[in-house]
Design a binder for this molecule. Structure first.
Ligand SMILES: NC(=O)c1ccc[n+]([C@@H]2O[C@H](COP(=O)([O-])OP(=O)(O)OC[C@H]3O[C@@H](n4cnc5c(N)ncnc54)[C@H](OP(=O)(O)O)[C@@H]3O)[C@@H](O)[C@H]2O)c1
Length: 290
């Protein structure tokens, strides 16, 4: 049922069936928001939805949607389903994504890592713009926000591979992931530049090394590496995500990068506004083909 305007704020959290997204969705439900969560795996979605409903504050509302973000048709369908549930989105948390153990192509001919980590949030944000803009019309400037869950891994990518963004010529899972996380930063900067006059702010964050399902989809070497690290619980980055969604200081000067509730310095290539504009154009071009 479409919800008409009330004082309750609405957040869309992607990748809420596990890890950081699940902990974030729970944190928003605890403080009484309308949480529209998305996930992919049927079993994980069902159990996350149950957990979310169990802890939701009185007055909160929970909706759970399912789709594969490597498939742009699924992203478009989910955006339409969201528009059937609310007429305003105050905060969009683009969190779904991860790393794979090799090259996987979607049914639409897109490489998984680039599609799920970059093209999906690009398209979902574009499709949800009318709902974000409607929320911004009757909200204080800077309180409607788009948050990207990027990664420190972006530092390992010196530049976008413009001649082969999906790295199809010589695919390697690690570099593909790092490039996609650099893309998250560039997208955030260009999005913020485009939306600032509408009172919508875009920020990006690194969650830290988090104990989640993350490495289970990756190569054995990544699993060994993550198992050797001191991992933080997903509730810790979730706190930063809620802070980015609500704190007054995060509602100014968009296009920034945060870690642990504080501004952080991204690699210089994450601040390249020319690359950010180019990525926007290239992403639109790729999406025209699917
Ligand atoms: N864990 C870390 O140390 C770390 C560090 C830096 C950045 N990050 C980033 O943090 C974000 C969340 O990761 P996490 O650590 O919480 O890992 P996770 O436990 O594996 O959670 C990832 C979430 O994204 C969803 N997802 C992944 N691929 C998807 C797809 N193709 N379509 C739809 N949903 C998809 C998963 O859905 P299902 O479970 O239903 O499949 C799950 O809900 C990712 O963007 C990741 O790159 C993580």
């Amino acid at each position: 049922m479409t919800e008409h305007h009330s004082d309750r704020r609405c957040v869309v959290v992607t990748g809420a069936s596990s890890g950081i997204g699940k902990a974030s969705a729970e944190a928003f439900a605890r403080i009484g928001w309308h949480v529209i969560a998305t996930g992919r795996d049927p079993g994980r979605c069902a159990s996350a939805e149950e957990d979310l409903r169990a802890i939701a504050a009185h007055g909160a509302r929970v909706d759970f949607l399912r789709g594969d973000f490597a498939e742009m048709a699924d992203v478009r369908r989910i955006a339409a389903e969201i528009a059937g549930l609310t007429d305003r989105v105050h905060v969009l948390v683009n969190n779904a994504g991860g790393v794979r153990d090799g090259l996987y192509m979607s049914s639409e001919g897109l490489e998984w890592t680039f599609a799920a980590n970059h093209l999906a949030p690009f398209l979902l944000t574009r499709e949800l713009l009318p709902l974000l803009e409607r929320a911004a019309l009757d909200s204080a400037a800077g309180t409607v926000r788009v948050i990207a869950v990027s990664s420190l891994g972006h530092m390992q990518c010196q530049a976008m591979r413009w001649d082969d963004l999906m790295m199809l010529e010589d695919f390697n899972a690690g570099p593909a992931y790092c490039q996609a996380k650099l893309a998250n930063l560039l997208f955030t900067r260009e999005l913020d530049r485009r939306l600032a006059s509408k009172g919508i702010v875009a920020q990006a964050m690194h969650p830290g090394k988090v104990g989640s399902n993350f490495s289970s989809h990756g190569e054995a070497s990544l699993q060994t590496y993550m198992a050797s690290q001191d991992l933080i619980p997903p509730e810790q980055p979730a706190r930063t995500i809620v802070w980015l969604a609500t704190a007054p200081e995060a509602g100014q000067d968009g296009g920034r990068y945060f870690y642990d509730m504080a501004q952080a310095e991204p690699a210089p290539q994450g601040l390249d506004d020319e690359a950010a504009q180019r990525l926007w154009q290239e992403s639109e071009r790729i999406l025209e083909t699917v």
